[in-house]
Write a protein that binds this ligand. Sequence first.
Ligand SMILES: [Zn+2]
Length: 129
Amino acid sequence: MPTWVLHTEFKFDAAHFIDGYDGKCGRMHGHTYKVHIKAKSHKLNPSKYLKTPDMVCDFKELKWAASDSKKGGLDHSVLNEEIPVATTAERIAEYIHKETKNRIPADIDLHVTVWETETSWVEYTDQDV
Ligand SMILES: [Zn+2]
């Protein structure tokens, strides 16, 4: 079966604290988060910017979180004010996955990887890996 796999990466800067954490991560601090999104599809779709079905989805839609938090993204935000769950890397990845799914056509498998530091990252998908 034909298969396309899109990959994109971006970074955003944000402050956060982990509510209830017994240690320094419980205090406000910042990270430059790196995000990798993999989008797999067996068919091509039109997008908001291209009427013909020639894309898995628009890269712009995958990168929404990189934009300014005043314009709907997560850059230069306090994550605790943007995300309705704990701001662990695990929950941030799940949140970006859910919000990205809402912006792209159905039937695209998404894998979201979030690096909180250069040496610590988490991968999230909504199905068995
Ligand atoms: Zn942190």
